[in-house]
Write a protein that binds this ligand. Structure first.
Ligand code: SAH
Length: 262
């Protein structure tokens, strides 16, 4: 199968997550979630044939996009004189230099194979991002925004919700893509303003390690997952529960107790 737009033709690469959006109403809805203003510092991930790019350009006169595919990068350069196109891997980008003092709004219909690495990159560099509006697999969107005591609640939910406000915006069916992916998608908004972070800087890395350890064996109690790493005696906390029963703020509290910050 080939996808052609103007003079550029590509055989969509599955490994690059090339599922192109075709529905202008959906595209408008995605961009509306970003509430763009002309002075926003925007980064688009994976512009492809510029479906989303075109709608961003309606609000912001100049912005940056990063595209790994050589042909598509060339396409964007030709079609969008006001887009600074970086040809390369989004995971290698330095967001601090792109932000240059003005936190970024990140948008994208992201390559699904690297959703998690992208999310963790944004998390690591959140000081340089105000918010991110991302189209991803619906299942991952549900995991990000999950509440305690659900099967979707896990490392991704706790890690993201501890540092950002996470909002599930809306579902996007497979039929609006070409080629159609095998799963449904959804739009998520992550707000990284410092006010949404529940974890202090000194606790950050310990907190992230704790969350991974707590969920290592989902069906085990906290006690069984954590006793290998921490001295739990004398700590006033109910370790007989499982990680999925703890709210994000209980995780933060537990981290403070274990690292003697409280
Ligand atoms: N935004 C377009 C295309 C989305 S498909 C649309 O909605 O129609 C995902 C896009 O991400 C493709 O253009 C793909 O080439 C690009 N891509 C894949 N891996 C990438 C990476 N590591 N860094 C930057 N772009 C990447």
């Amino acid at each position: 199968m080939k996808v052609k737009y103007k003079e550029t033709e590509v055989v969509p690469k599955k490994s690059f997550g090339q599922n192109f959006l075709t529905d202008d109403n959906i595209l408008r809805k995605i961009v509306a979630e970003a509430r763009l203003s002309p002075t926003d510092n925007v980064l688009e991930i994976g512009p492809g044939f510029g479906a989303l790019t075109k709608h961003i350009a309606a609000f912001v006169s100049r912005f940056t996009a990063v595209e790994l595919d050589k042909n598509l990068a060339q396409f964007i350069r030709t079609e969008f004189a006001n887009v600074d196109l970086i040809e390369g891997d989004v995971l290698d980008l330095s967001l601090v230099s792109l932000a240059n003092g003005k936190p970024l709004k990140v948008l994208g219909n992201i390559p699904y194979a690297i959703t998690s690495p992208i999310l963790f990159k944004l998390l690591d560099e959140r000081a340089h991002i105000s918010e991110a509006i991302l189209l991803m697999q619906e299942e991952v969107a549900r995991r990000l925004s999950a509440a305690p005591r659900t099967k979707e609640y896990g490392i991704l939910a706790v890690q993201l919700q501890a540092f950002a406000k996470v909002e599930y915006c809306f579902k996007v069916g497979k039929h609006v893509f070409k080629p159609q992916p095998t799963v449904n998608s959804a739009v998520v908004r992550l707000s990284f303003q410092p006010a949404f972070s529940h974890v202090s800087n000194i606790l950050e890395s310990s907190f992230r390690v704790l969350v991974r350890r707590a969920f290592a064996m989902r069906r085990k109690t906290l006690e069984n997952n954590l006793k290998l790493y921490y001295d739990l005696s004398g700590i006033d906390f109910n370790f007989k529960r499982r990680a999925e029963e703890l709210s994000v703020s209980e995780f933060v509290h537990l981290a403070e107790l274990l690292y003697h910050l409280r």
